[in-house]
Design a protein around this ligand. Structure first.
Ligand SMILES: Cc1cc2nc3c(=O)[nH]c(=O)nc-3n(C[C@H](O)[C@H](O)[C@H](O)COP(=O)(O)OP(=O)(O)OC[C@H]3O[C@@H](n4cnc5c(N)ncnc54)[C@H](O)[C@@H]3O)c2cc1C
Length: 404
């Protein structure tokens, strides 16, 4: 009989435990300072976006700003189809939304949690509700010091996610931790005239991003998506993606990230023609009403105020110069992001250095008997189910390696 201690009962640690328990000789203990799998409850707004409908593993790996190459080998062994088969087998039926995100048919992360918990019971995996504060390599195993006592295990998995002390535990065992940064976060902007628009959203708009007067090379598919104004800046899937790609760009108040939003998804000349016709056809209407055909009315009002254009002026009387200003605002609305919204990030980028982890086993290359899975690794994906997919896949590989 051998023992495995898994620090962290989030999606990655639990997946690892389920697969490691395939070997009945393996006694498995999950250590968690909180309630097991509680971190899955808020995912997908409570609906749990557990995967993304991309079945080619190389294409799937492209959705990870960090970890793409490492994930080739991981996803070649456990990818979207395996995830869906796994969940189907444990009683979680899934469906795919139009935007390719995959959810349980019940739209409930609680149901995903309960199905996984049932597996832990079925496989007699022991839960230890203790906070691991120290780990030490000892002969043929590891010693874990918790807030309640000391435990000894033969093998150790660190699956503590992106926050918490897991990184320092890994560091104490000799691992390098790449710089940790918030990713998938809202951004705080310099512009304050949009504060009144908090909660106003725009569907599928596009953007360009500049830093230090240079346009950043960001894949085109990243630069479009839904957008939201917040009380302090900007958010929504488009901004999450940008924040993720710019996680290591040192933007600040003095050197902000310049984000140009195209609110109408048209070239300026194209939109100018459309606007001109709109103004001509509605010559007796207020200009605010005509602009509101393209963007939400409250946003149109702020934009006109920004440009000192009277919103009540009749469309037929709008001069060319003012029309050009409107075109510029709607095709390249410029905002300056000064920092990320602290504590609101969905994932942490950075983590256990992938150079020190074997992608075929998730085992440490430095310490025998030590494994990692989930967000603690230097892997992070975009929104869309990719971060949980990382947990299922790396959790499976760590688990299966322990079972063998
Ligand atoms: C609001 C929100 C919504 C999200 N929605 C989605 C989504 O829809 N789809 C998606 O793919 N991703 C989503 N994510 C990201 C996803 O939830 C995470 O990537 C994922 O939970 C990481 O799993 P993990 O098992 O690696 O770590 P975690 O889920 O963070 O779990 C780590 C566990 O370890 C425990 N722990 C930590 N340190 C110790 C210690 N020293 N001793 C004992 N226990 C410890 C913690 O209590 C925790 O239970 C979302 C994240 C957030 C915040």
């Amino acid at each position: 009989m051998s023992s495995t201690g898994i620090i962290g009962g989030g999606p990655a640690g639990v997946m690892c435990a389920i697969w490691a328990s395939q070997n009945p000789e393996n006694k498995i203990f999950i250590f968690d300072k909180n309630i097991i799998l509680n971190t899955i409850l808020p995912t997908g707004g409570g609906r749990c976006n557990l995967a993304y409908s991309e079945f080619n593993f190389k294409e799937l790996a492209k959705f990870y700003p960090r970890g793409e190459k490492f994930l080739y080998s991981v996803f070649s062994r456990f990818s979207t189809k395996d995830t869906l088969d796994f969940f189907n087998k444990i009683g979680v039926k899934t469906y795919t939304q139009d935007d390719l995100r995959i959810f349980p048919v019940t739209d409930s992360s609680k149901d995903v949690k309960n199905a996984l918990l049932k597996q832990l019971e079925k496989k007699n995996i022991k839960k230890v509700f203790e906070n691991v504060v120290k780990v030490r390599k000892i002969e043929n195993g590891f010693e874990l010091t918790t807030d309640k006592g000391v435990h000894r295990v033969d093998k150790l998995v660190i699956a503590t996610g992106g926050k918490g002390n897991g990184h320092s535990l890994a560091k104490s065992l000799g691992h390098n931790i790449t710089e940790l940064r918030p990713a998938l976060s809202s951004l705080i902007t310099k512009e304050k005239d949009f504060v009144s628009l908090s909660g106003v959203s725009l569907k599928n708009i596009s953007a360009q991003v500049f830093f230090n007067n240079k346009k950043l090379k960001i894949p085109k598919n990243i630069l479009s998506g839904d957008f939201l104004f917040t009380h302090s800046g900007i958010s929504g899937p488009l901004i999450y993606k940008i924040s993720s790609y710019c996680a290591y760009v040192d933007f600040s108040e003095s050197a902000p990230l310049k984000i140009e939003l195209n609110l109408v998804n048209l070239e300026d000349t194209e939109f100018d023609e459309i606007l001109l016709n709109g103004l001509k056809d509605n010559a007796q209407k207020d200009v605010l009403n005509v602009i509101s055909k393209f963007i939400p009315k409250n946003l149109a009002a702020v934009i006109l105020e920004r440009e000192n254009i009277n919103p009540s002026i009749k469309s037929g009387q709008l001069c060319k110069k003012d029309r050009e200003k409107i075109v510029k605002q709607l095709t390249a609305l410029t905002l300056h992001a000064q920092k990320t919204a602290v504590g609101e990030e969905i994932v942490t980028s950075g983590g256990v250095d992938l150079k020190e982890v074997d992608s075929k086993t998730m085992g440490s290359k430095l310490v025998s008997g030590l494994y990692f899975c989930g967000e603690i690794l230097d892997i992070d994906g975009l929104t869309g189910g990719f971060n949980l997919q990382n947990c299922w896949s790396t959790g499976y590989i760590a688990g299966i390696s322990l079972a063998n």
